[in-house]
Design a protein around this ligand. Structure first.
Ligand SMILES: [Zn+2]
Length: 283
């Protein structure tokens, strides 16, 4: 892998622009697996499993909670779990170090807000499916996102018997109804002005850097992913000076024939690959 990573590093250092496309596999390399029924889930969400029967974080996100008090108990715990240390993982630090001095943009479906935590500028970040730290009206009665860190931290401290006390439940300032965390779990996910601004930020970025040396870093995105992988590969295919680096494991390192000539597949542990790349940075 080392020789291949040296080539990747040469591409990164010569790049005029870097586009990061990241999905679940990047979180897994940090030790967070929202689809897994594992020890970590049992340790941090065991009582929710006992109470509601779901077996992983993503099921907890989609669970039809019998009450708002129970819903917020879970979402505040999830917020605490994702952001509990308030420090970025080595994986995210390495990724940030690799691109921070370059013109870059991030496209991700990860909801853990770990790009924020690592220091990425929110204006260079499009979290397509939202994140665990923002809130919206549950029925999207108005177009506004609310910062949720303080509220969610307070809620997480107040859980008793799997419930939040009624008087602490977040209420929509406009309609007085329930709120929810801004992650895409149903069709009421708010794709409002802020979401569209980020979406436009991405297309503006691509327009500005078109024709230049663009390096795509695809991190832990499934082979058949249509949300991130397919659109990024289409852009790379059209861009004459693009290179496309796909970090994943085994069969998930998928590179279609159309971009074969400008692509590198890095097969293996993403955390290790990023560690090695970051170690090649000039001190
Ligand atoms: Zn409302």
């Amino acid at each position: 892998m080392t020789e291949q990573l040296q080539t990747v590093m040469e591409h990164i250092q010569a790049a005029d622009a870097i586009v990061i496309g990241a999905s679940n596999g990047l979180s897994i390399s940090e030790g967070i697996h929202i689809f897994a029924e594992n020890e970590d889930f049992a340790r941090h969400f065991g009582e929710f499993r006992a109470q509601h029967g779901f077996r992983c974080i993503i099921q907890g996100c989609f669970h039809p909670y019998p009450s708002e008090a129970q819903k917020w108990a879970f979402f505040s715990r999830m917020h605490q779990y994702f952001l509990r240390d308030k420090a970025p993982s080595q994986v995210m630090q390495d990724l940030y170090d690799l691109v921070k001095d370059k013109n870059h943009f991030v496209l991700t479906s990860n909801i853990d807000a770990h790009f924020h935590l690592a220091g990425f500028d929110p204006s260079r970040l499009f979290e397509i499916e939202g994140n665990c730290r923002s809130m919206q009206c549950a029925v999207a009665c108005h177009d506004r996102l609310y910062p949720g860190d303080d509220v969610l931290s307070e809620l997480a401290q107040s859980v008793q018997d799997g419930k939040i006390p009624e008087e602490l439940l977040p209420k929509c300032p406009e309609c007085g109804g329930p709120m929810k965390v801004h992650i895409e779990i149903d069709r009421l996910f708010l794709k409002g002005s802020e979401w569209n601004e980020r979406k436009r930020g991405f297309s503006d970025f691509i327009e500005r850097v078109s024709g230049k040396k663009i390096v795509f870093l695809e991190l832990g995105v499934g082979a058949r992913n249509q949300l991130i992988k397919a659109p990024l590969m289409r852009i790379a295919e059209c861009e004459p000076n693009a290179s496309y680096i796909c970090f994943n494991r085994g069969a998930e390192v998928y590179i279609p024939r159309e971009i074969e000539s400008k692509a590198i597949g890095v097969d293996g542990d993403i955390a290790q690959a990023l560690r090695q790349l970051a170690a090649m940075l000039p001190a």
